[in-house]
Design a protein around this ligand. Structure first.
Ligand SMILES: O=C(O)CCC(=O)C(=O)O
Ligand SMILES: [Fe+2]
Length: 252
């Protein structure tokens, strides 16, 4: 089936791939098509509307693709899979689709990292964030620490920038350059897609009280071979098959 494009034309060349591996993340400003932005905003608004009173342990935000057919259709979308494969290689598995909408007044999230295959860097895991209406650095803005992913530490934590600097970051340098690791704040236009290796330290600044909702969704994919831990996929959804992508939902 021919699917409507979600990405504008882009190039992810060798230098871009090197930058992703060096920094731990890669930013594609305005990659989403206008059409995809409209559809995503509708879907993410719907997800937001059904959260109040929702079923515990099967929350619409955590299992977003299971509640909305457009979000589901992006899991095996050829452009999505191509992007994931540019980074992970041909063999990939789907892990999660989580809505990350942040209404005005949302508190953001503290510094953290995530895990996968700590002992073997041949197996990677990436998050693909769709920042549908973008963000400013001080308004639901993503913060990162280039190089932090190379430590493959799944338990980075810091409740503030200062706590991270005095804690996990203290004395740490980029393994390739020897430069001290530093916090970087991002500010991105609407339609931006961000790729991130799972072990990268990241945090999000609070959304301002009078700001509109930041519409965001993230898709997780990994190179199979190791146990990714709890995948946010219901047993029913796990049985799904996508034409031409029969292995996408299996664990290994
Ligand atoms: O809301 C965001 O921009 C990032 C959320 C996050 O930390 C994650 O999905 O892993
Ligand atoms: Fe995270």
């Amino acid at each position: 089936m021919q699917q409507v494009p979600i990405f504008n034309d882009y190039i992810f060349g060798d230098q871009d791939r090197e930058k992703m591996d060096h920094d731990g993340h890669f930013v594609f400003p305005e990659l989403l098509t206008d059409g995809a932005r409209v559809k995503l905003t509708e879907s993410l608004s719907y997800i937001e509307s059904i959260i109040p009173g929702c079923k515990e342990r099967y929350e619409p935000n955590r299992f977003a693709a299971e509640y909305d057919s457009y979000l589901e259709s992006l899991i095996p979308h050829p452009q999505m899979l191509q992007l994931a494969r540019e980074v992970l290689g041909e063999e990939i598995r789907y892990d999660h689709c989580v809505s990350l909408n942040r209404p005005g007044g949302n508190g953001g999230i503290h510094w953290h990292s995530h895990g996968y295959s700590e002992d073997d860097s041949r197996y990677g895991y990436i998050r693909i964030f769709f920042y549908v209406n973008g963000f400013a650095a001080d308004d639901g803005g993503l913060k990162v620490v280039p190089g932090s992913h190379l430590y493959r530490d799944p338990k980075i934590h810091g409740s503030t920038d200062a706590a991270l600097q005095e804690g996990w970051l203290a004395g740490k340098t980029h393994p390739e350059t020897g430069e001290p690791l530093e916090i970087q704040t991002l500010s991105v236009p609407a339609g931006t897609v961000v790729l991130m290796w799972t072990h990268a330290a990241h945090a999000v600044t609070p959304r301002k009280q009078d700001s509109d909702t930041r519409w965001t969704v993230v898709y997780g994919y990994y190179k199979p071979g190791k146990d990714p831990g709890e995948r946010w996929i219901s047993p029913e959804f796990l049985k799904k098959t996508f034409p031409g992508e029969e292995d996408l939902m299996s664990l290994y």
